[in-house]
Design a protein around this ligand. Sequence first.
Ligand SMILES: Nc1ncnc2c1ncn2[C@@H]1O[C@H](COP(=O)(O)OP(=O)(O)OP(=O)(O)O)[C@@H](O)[C@H]1O
Length: 472
Amino acid sequence: MKHSGSLLIVDDNPDILIAARLLLKQHYQSVKTTDNPFDIAGIINEQRKLEQPIDVILLDMNFTQDSISGKEGFYWLKKIIEQDANIVVLLMTAYGDIQLAVDAIKAGASDFIAKPWQNEQLLGAVTAAFSHAKDKQQVGKLTRQKQGLNQALNTPNFEFLGQSNAMQQVFSTIEKAAQTDANILITGESGTGKELTAHAIHQASMRHSQTFMSLDMGAVAQNLFESELFGHKKGAFTDAKADHIGKFELAQGGSLFLDELGNLPLEHQAKLLAALQNRQITPVGSSKAVDIDIRLICATNDNLDQAVSEGRFRQDLLYRINTVEIRLPALRERSDGIPLLANYYLKHFAQKYKRSLTISDDDMSALCQYAWPGNVRELAHAIERAVILTEGDKLDISSVVGNSASVSTDEKTQSTEVLNNVAQYDTFDLDILEQRTVRAALKHHQGNVSHAAKALGLTRGAMYRRLEKYGL
Ligand SMILES: Nc1ncnc2c1ncn2[C@@H]1O[C@H](COP(=O)(O)OP(=O)(O)OP(=O)(O)O)[C@@H](O)[C@H]1O
């Protein structure tokens, strides 16, 4: 059976063309020939159009103008590589010497054949060239797939917006810090946009075409931190059924985002510090260290200075990760930015649910006065819910504010009251408000933690930490 694949033979000697074609035609589906190297580019284009692209070119080194130096062969080799780097070129000459062969391979040829050839020798070289071409095409395909995956992983679902002075400052710090490889710590309450910030840093950095890999430390089981970060070898522990690549290695060349870093237990903090200091990691169960090249971005809504003073977080690790610190202000501290965000999310969800809705000026100022304990995430969820619930063409604000989980009339009335009576809040203590909101969500969802977490826009890990924090 003939192999699929296309071959082009270029030689000014018609006898050579006939002999090579006769032999190779028995083994390969498509064998083209030409005695004029100026035809090469046209044949490559033609075959591409026919969806039978040339995989391998057998190229003579000396055409009539200059019969022994091989210069012409090098010239055409260069032209072919410029036109299509996936084509594998085999050079041939009757005046072969070792130096010419070495130079040909240095210039990008895959091999070198001396004329006259033994048929087996030529067949062997062409077979190897086809397999080389297949590998090159596979690598090209994988590279394109990786670029596509990187692009998908690196692109968050929403734009990163900010109008307020506070956010303008954040954007300017991101721009400056992104240009360097400095470790960056992003702090701020839940829902303020720490993850969006991490993406923005990666996008503005030199590493933007590489991988952005993230790990939510709040969602990692206690016994898996090391393996998630550094990987493990098959058999390293009972459940290690196969080798596992850790996030550090997956992020190689790109950025590694460690979210909710405050959750990393002390015993693992030392290992993270060592990895950052040595720029090397060792997978669990391996004795071989792997060099790493990543930009580290960490985020937390914990107060790490306080965690240090309470002995929960290593001071030396904090110094290592916070070369640049970006603090994201709570939404209530930048209420002048609320209209931009509210309109953006209204437009987004109106499109999604095929509605045409606007927000009245009064309602917009009400949105600006509300304290948004869940920050932008709460605002986005509230608007999505209101878009679903509103019956007219003006967004029904009473269903929006302060009531992320509920749709009942009672609770709607309550939230309207909350909105109308901002001044009558009995407290603005966020911990207390958060605790109440968590309780309300749990009650509404009859104690179902997953549902309540979803309604609050929290990950399960973040929800469990709050349950623990408030003893619920
Ligand atoms: N400036 C912003 N512009 C547009 N959307 C935003 C902005 N900030 C946050 N959001 C949206 O709010 C939601 C929460 O953002 P993000 O996950 O980045 O917050 P976070 O601070 O990492 O939260 P957590 O601490 O709970 O993980 C996302 O849907 C995000 O798109």
